[in-house]
Design a protein around this ligand. Sequence first.
Ligand SMILES: O=C(CO)[C@@H](O)[C@@H](O)COP(=O)(O)O
Length: 237
Amino acid sequence: MNIALTELPPEVQASVAETRERVAALHAELTRYELVVWTAGNVSERVPDSDLFVIKPSGVSYDALSAEMMVVCTLDGKKIDDGTPAHLQPSSDTAAHAYVYQHMSDVGGVVHTHSTYATAWAARGEPVPCALTMMADEFGGVIPVGPFALIGDDSIGRGIVETLQESRSPAVLMRNHGPFTIGKDARAAVKAAVMCEEVARTVHISRQLGAPDRIPQADIDRLYDRYQNVYGQRTTQ
Ligand SMILES: O=C(CO)[C@@H](O)[C@@H](O)COP(=O)(O)O
């Protein structure tokens, strides 16, 4: 029996609507920061206090996306009766996003892109070395590589979780595929995707001129602690 959005408690319906607005708006950040071509990227966010998440519909142009088109899924990746046309399919990466939400309870947002420089590192199966203070700040060290996995079941999701559970990084470069990022919410995951592409590009350029210096681990730890706990405005947003 499929869950019907209209039969859920009013507060859940309201939370779904707010999540849809956020997820739809954040897809514009993927194009703004040139992290995607055509439709090759997706954003999702867990619906607070529910067993649901919202994700982009598959293959829909970013300039055609609206909040009402965002697909609502259960945590096992099944679309509910969410008011969108029955034929509107969720992202082809829905199983991967769902696996992350099922196995990483503190994750509220997931993003996938094929951004050029991060994907070039994924094509080599090489972690991005921590040679920049910006990397220590956001990633707490290297950006790790996850295993090669074919789309279609939970193997991509499993590779994401197995890799990120062993790292402080909110980004993983899935071998021969591209970056997936996580965050406490979708905005944090989009930020990680933006920063991942930025540092992948910078370190790539640096390597054209020689071997980038790796920051000592003790300094990485200090930088990471400052950025995660002191940087910015300490008000809840
Ligand atoms: O990487 C892939 C397919 O290999 C997908 O992430 C990409 O094409 C985006 O697909 P969706 O439009 O989200 O279904």
